[in-house]
Design a binder for this molecule. Sequence first.
Ligand SMILES: [Zn+2]
Length: 181
Amino acid sequence: MGGEIKAEHPLIVFRYCPRCGHDGFVEKNAKAKSCPQCGFVYYANPSAATACFITDAGGRLLAVRRAHEPAKGTLNLPGGFMDMGETAEAGIIREVREETGMAVEEVTYLFSLPNLYLYGGMIVHTADLFFSARVADFASAVADDDAAELVPLAREEVHPEDFGLESVSRAVGLWLARTQE
Ligand SMILES: [Zn+2]
């Protein structure tokens, strides 16, 4: 799903200058647009998002089924976009709580991957930050927010192709390789 999105200028939907309203906000380079009337230059930067590999004492991974597009119905990891002024650690702990009801106290940063995310007809470039966390069990977990259901997976049931967002699918493959015994 994520892999089918074709990259175009990240500000293609920004037709008017957001500062003065001039009709003709033009491409300055691959990352930016500028206004020939007022001189305003706007650079597109990736939006930071987080996701977490949560495992229980038995080594099961907690996946969630996506309730909304994009990639509705496919598996995902708990996570989401960071809020402004928030650390990545606080962001993933908040997202885990919102989607699963679980209070994860400690997360460990693993790696990051770039991604494209279609939102409101606009292709949003993201920097996805992946974390891991351990809990004793998933007994307190309840699906909420963006999660249609929680799907605990034994390690042999974890398949990257079941995860619909491209960066998450790649991340699951990396996680499997890195956590091999
Ligand atoms: Zn302008």
